[in-house]
Design a protein around this ligand. Structure first.
Ligand SMILES: [Zn+2]
Length: 450
């Protein structure tokens, strides 16, 4: 987020103070037929598989060879495995000895490397200077910024949860036409906030960039805007259940939140809620919001019953733990104060995760300028999340939540060839999740570490 936004924060008191409250934004594969009991009736399919593998390859054929492959969070790794990609999809995955690579396929040697499904970041903003006013940027400039923010960290899909829809839609078209390399972008477009509820920390940013996001004055106006934004290509809706203002926190009235959520759900779209305190979470739960955009470290810790209530309401959560660290540091606190505040946020994630809540990896990148994902993984681990749980938050959980399970989130035949090749095994050390060697989307290498 541009510096103009940061100028709102001047504090020497970090976590747990009113000042801080204002500061935080707050298989179906050849392998299974060869190895499985179903080999007899599956033989014709096996033959067709072999036929496909042995047929003349197209330019799009690619093979990742010799990797440790984690097909999904629930499956054991395939040692010395290979993945065959054809026309942007996964044609086969299994032990290298069982995969016949066409002679003219592009082969990527993955010996010593680890492959998982492509990552999702479910809380980003297409708002940096390198992406705003995209009509004035060259394709190279847009590719470069998308690389710095997303593709070099393994993201093949991102959910932008507040930006300028017209600009984000333009970037999405540039990516889909192939002019620009980038992730698949889902977007909510402009967020919804109540009258007087434009967050204090975005006011000057919006003004400087000539961006106008109307405040909601009536239910009818809100419903009209939900319909318009979905008509214009929005994939979801974002409400500010709480807005941080100069003199405190403004909470969206429940009936207004409910009207917005109901209209989005009528169109089959998910609703995200920015929350800053438990009152905002209450509005989100009661109005039927789908995803909480943040934990709330400046309010009470989350008890087990509280976390279970969120889970019972089918609420998902993007923890954005890195955000709290970034915001707290603006007040120049001691390391002890930061540790205390971060422990609160981690406790909330821990309670939610232990209540079997659906965690969606999300960092608020684009608002924060810290693109590196390693800190988020460290804090997720400290919140007690295992390698499998973190991998699920990056892959299967968002794919399931947003309706993409049949093509995204797992490495299996027929799935989109969205893959991350890691220089290290995240099952051994979560820091390996941020050591990306290649990012592949729809069978195309969109990032390669030099
Ligand atoms: Zn955000």
């Amino acid at each position: 987020m541009p510096e103009s936004v940061n100028t709102h924060f001047h504090s020497s008191e970090p976590f747990g103070t009113p000042t801080f409250v204002r500061e935080i934004l707050n298989n179906f594969s050849c392998r299974s037929y060869i190895g499985g009991m179903r080999i007899r009736f599956a033989l014709p399919l096996l033959l067709s598989c072999v036929f496909l593998v042995g047929s003349p390859s197209l330019a799009s054929d690619m093979a990742l060879v010799g990797a440790r492959i984690y097909p999904s969070p629930a499956e054991p790794p395939i040692e010395n495995g290979s993945i065959l990609i054809h026309n942007g999809h996964i044609l086969a995955v299994g032990p290298t000895a069982t995969i016949k690579v066409p002679q003219d396929a592009t082969v990527i040697d993955c010996k010593g490397l680890v492959v998982t499904a492509g990552f999702w970041n479910s809380h980003v903003h297409i708002l940096t200077a390198g992406l705003l006013h995209a009509e004035k940027l060259s394709p190279e400039e847009v590719t470069s910024q998308l690389q710095e923010m997303f593709t070099r960290w393994g993201f093949t899909t991102v959910f932008d949860i507040a930006s300028v829809l017209q600009n984000t839609a333009l970037i999405r078209r540039l990516i889909e036409s192939g002019e620009v390399n980038g992730p698949k972008i889902l977007s909510v477009g402009e967020p919804f906030w109540v009258k007087g509820g434009t967050p204090v920390y975005v006011r000057s940013f919006l003004e400087t960039n000539h961006i106008s996001i109307p405040e909601i004055e009536s239910t009818a106006q809100a419903i009209g805007r939900v319909r318009q934004q979905i008509h214009d290509g929005a994939d979801g809706i974002k409400i500010f259940a709480n807005s941080i203002e100069q003199n405190g926190i403004l909470t969206m009235p429940l009936d207004l939140a409910k009207a917005i959520v109901d209209e989005a759900h009528r169109a089959g779209k998910p609703v995200f809620a920015h929350v800053s305190n438990n009152q905002g979470i209450e509005v989100a739960v009661q109005s039927g919001v789908d995803i909480l955009a943040h934990t709330t470290p400046s309010d009470d810790l989350w008890s087990s019953p509280f976390a279970e209530r969120l889970t019972a309401a089918h609420m998902a959560l993007t923890p954005t733990l890195t955000l709290w660290d970034v915001e707290a540091r603006k007040g120049n606190p001691s390391s002890d104060q930061i540790e205390k505040g971060m422990s609160r946020a981690a406790q909330q994630l821990k309670a939610f995760s232990q209540a079997r809540g659906q965690v969606l990896f999300g960092t608020d990148v684009g608002y924060i300028e810290q693109f590196d994902t390693s800190e988020e993984f460290t804090w997720m681990s400290r919140a007690g999340m295992t390698f499998q749980k973190i991998l699920a938050s990056l892959t299967t959980s968002p794919a399931q939540r947003f309706g993409y399970s049949n093509r995204s989130g797992r490495i299996a035949q027929g799935m989109n060839a969205d893959l991350v090749v890691l220089n290290g095994d995240p099952a051994q050390s979560t820091s390996a999740f941020s050591r990306v060697r290649y990012t592949i989307r729809d069978g195309k290498v969109i990032y390669s570490k030099k």
